[in-house]
Design a protein around this ligand. Structure first.
Ligand code: CO8
Length: 260
């Protein structure tokens, strides 16, 4: 499928998903959000794709936020609908069965920071910058930043970032747990691809069940989460991958997972 603002490339079992609007620093307008949702659907339906890397086109930005030009003259209803579109697309991305790694190569501001937070894992280049500048524009975060940021970095840090609209660098983002790793810019994609390959070499049913157990479990109380884990753990024993993984260990060889 071809899109105007999204690129989807495949390298083996890894998909490279690119927000491709570099002249506007990959700002998210309704077209980008709609096409991103379609690309996520295509990835979910593609059995050859095991892991996804999400990045921004160009040298400067991952995503510099929701498109301010597009939002400037919105009515309250249009603003609500735009916010809801972003929330729905980000939820679709967050809950798709396959792991998604954000490769953050520059500005991740507002909706860009929110998009990175909807990914499973965040890797930042040394020059990347993060923030929720919305209150400086007279709005609140609208793509679930008020919800995902405190869950990731804690309530106090999230409130400071959101109330002040401060922009922080990669080292601070790493210190507060907003990103998993900081790497030199020229190594960012390779680092993410290596991580994606390590994930892709494992039993994919198990990887997907882990994603579900973590994401669903965090929405439940801990006892329900633990019970859910027991269910997905049990499910693994109905798979060929479990037999193969354990047999390979006993036979001292590498497993040959088939995702069945
Ligand atoms: N929206 C639209 N266009 C943008 C955006 C954006 N968010 N960011 C950058 N651009 C455009 C610029 O207008 C410029 O276009 P042009 O060349 O036509 O003038 C081009 O990208 C390059 O940008 P700059 O010249 O500004 O580049 P600089 O290197 O000087 O500055 C910055 C880079 C610091 C990133 C600067 O562009 C900036 O501050 N951008 C805005 C950042 C921001 O405030 N983001 C948050 C937006 S609000 C948001 O994301 C809310 C999410 C929830 C929405 C819910 C809806 C209801």
């Amino acid at each position: 499928m071809e899109w105007n603002t999204i690129l989807l490339e495949k390298e083996g079992n890894i998909a490279l998903l690119t927000i491709n609007r570099p002249k506007a620093l990959n700002a998210l307008n309704p077209e980008v959000l709609t096409e991103l949702g379609q690309a996520v659907d295509a990835i979910s339906a593609d059995d050859e794709i095991f892991v996804v890397i999400l990045k921004g086109a160009g040298e400067k930005a991952f995503v510099a936020g929701a498109d301010i030009t597009a939002m400037k003259d919105m009515t309250a209803l249009e603003g609500r609908n735009f916010g809801q579109l972003g929330q729905e697309v980000f939820k679709k991305l967050e809950y798709m069965p396959k792991p998604i790694i954000a490769a953050i190569n520059g500005f991740a501001l507002g909706g860009g920071c929110e998009l990175a937070m909807a990914c499973d894992i965040r890797v930042a280049s040394e020059k990347s910058k993060f923030g929720q500048p919305e209150v400086g524009l007279g709005i609140t975060p609208g793509f679930a930043g008020t919800q995902r940021l405190p869950r990731l970095v804690g309530k106090g840090r999230a409130k400071e970032l959101i109330y002040t609209a401060d922009i922080i660098g990669a080292a601070d983002a790493h210190r507060i747990g907003l990103v998993n790793h900081v790497v030199p810019e020229d190594q960012l994609l390779e680092f993410c691809k290596n991580m994606a390959k390590r994930i892709a070499s494992k039993g994919q049913i198990a990887v997907r069940l882990c994603k579900s157990a973590i994401d669903q479990g965090l929405e439940m109380d801990v006892d329900k989460g633990i019970a859910y884990e027991a269910e997905v753990f049990g499910l693994c024993f109905a798979t060929t991958d479990q037999t193969e993984g354990m047999t390979a260990f006993v036979e001292k060889r590498k497993p040959n997972f088939t995702g069945k």
